[in-house]
Ligand binder design. Structure first.
Ligand code: GLA
Length: 692
């Protein structure tokens, strides 16, 4: 609901439990008076419009850090969300309010520069308590350079302290949760790689330093963009804190010609109470309702051939794997790299998207037919934004890659990035994939992107244009082939964000499939993103990446916390393991509506001996609890694991043991699952509420 109070020049944007209150001051600057618990319009109108006067004459603007649109100019010297350079070199923007458009859920506040014909619109859209914000810039004057156009600048109220939560990572070790006091100055989270990145992810949460998993207020924001980005958490010496995020990184600028318009991606902001757990659940809920293209779907159990066969792909080999997978209960069989062009290793073939004629002399048809006959859907790996110099595509179009004259074409994994901002490359990309999907009965694409940009230069057309073309091609392919589902992959979890999730159905979380490492990766992933999109494979032991040996059940229990998949060399698995895997897949299918569509409670983080996560059906009738004990020290007894959000007056039956527990006891004392005595002991407990 959006309320306007013209007398006080106030706008009150309210979700079910929070409000965001904006006030336009005498200089037409949008000041955030409140972001926090819900206020009625009357309560909002009583907020003080002026700050208490400092007892001395300030040397800077005392309101700095309280505007939701901050542009260069006046006595503000901190972080600037909107920076332009006019043709005559003027850098200050002086915006005057020119009007508003408003519905129940949408608000547009329009401004224009006092002198130069540049219009700036701030768009707000409410989804429950989530506020989506973006900017639209329209230039009617001489060309303008846009130095920075953050989608949103979120203003926090004064708190007793400030703590920043975010994720850091690297290839094979993505989304490691990092929680630290927010230092004074500017903390910049960024990707300069042309892709979302493994190193950082475009979201942040701030609390006052006392929030826990289940209590405390949390302010968070997330940017919907899959290219380079920058998120600045600023803490001014005056204790004002802002989170400002947008596409692009320093020093990338954008030219806005006469008559041109710039629409930024969306940055969403959210205020929640109830700790980090409640913040995560609100973000999950938002994505399940408003971001994902097919939110109601249950993701199938997938098999992926990469770890089993690498580049050694053959029709017979894939059929053998498919037969084993189908017997286990797999529902979607995905052929990874190595099926196309001259791709028998990683130095050739990228760009030539036709089946390797030696490996598939009759095309993919016989394999796809067999997979379908086995009752599974068929998926295929592609990496369409890339080219190996040793490919027909590169030989025909060496100028299609991102490059600069007089500079080295830096290769990574023997490949270069296609410049999707060139219209002919975008056209080729769409035509090639459209044809692949039209000629073959493909149900699923794993869309990979294995290297960042180099030699791209400061030209914004390329940095931003690449992502716009990518989004456009994905949107058009989905429209033309509505049954096809897509997985976003970038050497594992290098492209996970709210922008790509609007157009894909799940993501590949990490190339690292070691179950122990995965506990940390999944814990960080879950802070913002739902289990419904988190691809998780069970692979071989010892793990090919870490060499660690982990029992089959534990590997399964870890992967069951997301979209369960199998990625092992099944032809080498023992009969006993194959049979046990089939049982565990059947267990997963029973709980997956809870995992994929229920509410997630992180019961114990994976930083001690024992960790656990609970999924609760939205109507509260069923819960699944996954418990992991990595090792037990001598003399330690496993503690009980108190559950969350159950009905204390209800009874819950354990589906496998038949034991009946009281809700009140589960909430207060918890579950004591029967874990095996050794290391890597896991359990799945499925509870069903008894009829009253
Ligand atoms: C990337 C992906 C892997 C696999 C390989 C294939 O590394 O993350 O899952 O698809 O490429 O080359």
């Amino acid at each position: 609901m959006i309320h306007h109070d013209s007398e006080h020049r106030l706008w009150v944007l309210s979700g079910p439990s929070s409000s965001y209150v904006l006030h336009l001051d005498e200089a037409d600057r949008p000041r955030v008076l409140h972001w926090g618990p819900r206020l009625s319009p009357e309560q909002a109108a009583s907020l003080p419009l002026r700050l208490p006067r400092p007892g001395f004459r300030p040397v800077e603007d005392p309101l700095e850090g309280s505007f939701d649109l901050i542009s260069t100019g006046g006595l503000c010297y901190g972080q600037v969300g909107l920076q332009v350079r006019f043709a005559d070199g003027t850098r200050d923007l002086e915006l005057v309010f020119t009007g508003q458009r408003r519905t129940d859920r949408e608000l547009v506040l329009a401004y224009a520069d006092r002198h130069y014909p540049l219009a700036v619109e701030c768009h707000y859209r409410l989804y429950g308590d989530v506020i989506e914000r973006h900017l639209v810039l329209r230039n009617e004057g001489e060309p303008v350079t846009v130095v920075r156009a953050d989608s949103a600048t979120w203003v926090l109220p004064r708190l007793n302290g400030y703590r920043l939560s975010s994720v850091r990572g690297q290839w094979g070790a993505e989304t490691r949760l990092h929680r630290t006091e927010l230092p004074y100055g500017e903390t910049v989270l960024t990707s300069r790689r042309g892709v979302t990145s493994h190193q950082a992810n475009p979201w942040a949460m701030v609390d006052d330093g006392t929030a826990g998993e289940e209590y405390g207020a949390v302010y968070s924001c997330a940017l919907a963009w899959s290219g380079s980005w920058r998120l600045t958490a600023q803490r001014l010496p005056t204790e004002r804190v802002t989170l400002s995020a947008g596409a692009g990184h320093d020093p990338v600028t954008q030219e806005l010609d006469t008559g041109e318009e710039l629409v930024t991606p969306v940055c969403a902001g959210l205020y929640t109470e109830g700790g980090f757990g409640a913040a995560s659940r609100a973000w999950h809920d938002h994505q399940l309702r408003h971001v994902l293209p097919h939110p109601g779907e249950i993701r199938p159990v997938l098999y992926n051939s990469w770890e089993a066969t690498g580049f050694d792909v053959s029709l017979d080999g894939q059929i053998r794997l498919a037969e084993s997978a189908a017997r286990m209960g797999v529902e979607l069989f995905v052929v990874d790299d190595g099926w196309f062009g001259a791709r028998t290793h990683d130095a050739a073939g990228l760009g030539d998207w036709y089946p390797n004629p030696h490996r598939f002399p009759e095309g993919l048809g016989p394999l796809i037919d067999r997979v379908h006959e086995l009752g599974m859907r068929f998926g295929l790996w592609v990496e369409p934004e890339m080219v190996n110099p040793d490919s027909d595509l590169y030989r025909a179009h060496p100028d299609w890659v991102i490059h600069r004259p007089h500079r080295t074409r830096t290769e990574h994994r023997n490949q270069l990035v296609l410049d999707l901002s060139r219209p002919e490359v975008g056209d080729w990309l769409y035509r090639t994939l459209d044809e692949l999907l039209a000629k073959n009965a493909i149900d699923f694409l794993k869309w990979d992107m294995n290297r960042p940009f180099t030699e791209a230069g400061p030209d914004e057309r390329l940095w931003l244009g690449h992502v716009h073309t990518l989004y456009d091609v994905l949107d058009r392919l989905r429209a033309a082939h509505p049954h096809v589902r897509i997985e976003s992959c970038s050497s594992g979890g290098g492209r996970v964000d709210l922008g790509i999730l609007r157009r894909t159905d799940q993501v590949w979380t990490s190339d690292n499939t070691d179950a122990l490492d995965r506990l940390d990766i999944q814990h960080g992933f879950s802070q913002l993103y739902p289990a419904r999109v988190m691809g998780a494979w069970v692979t071989d032991s010892p793990n090919p990446y870490t060499g660690r040996e982990i029992p089959l059940d534990f590997r399964f229990h870890v992967a069951m916390a997301g979209v369960l998949a199998i990625g092992g060399a099944l032809t080498e698995w023992s009969r006993a393991d194959l049979d046990r895997a089939a049982e565990l897949i059947a267990d997963y299918k029973r709980i997956r509506p809870l995992v994929q569509h229920g509410r997630q409670y992180r019961l114990r983080p994976p930083d001690g001996e024992l960790s656990a996560v609970q999924y609760l059906a939205s109507d509260g009738t069923e819960a699944a609890v996954l418990v992991y004990r990595r090792a037990r020290r001598f003399g330690h007894a496993d503690p009980g694991i108190p559950l969350r959000a159950l009905d204390p007056d209800a009874r819950y039956r354990d589906v496998s043991t038949g034991e009946v527990h009281h809700g009140a006891v589960l909430l207060a004392h918890g579950l004591f699952p029967d874990l095996a005595p050794g290391d890597y002991a896991g359990a799945l407990v499925h509870l069903v509420r008894e009829q009253a």
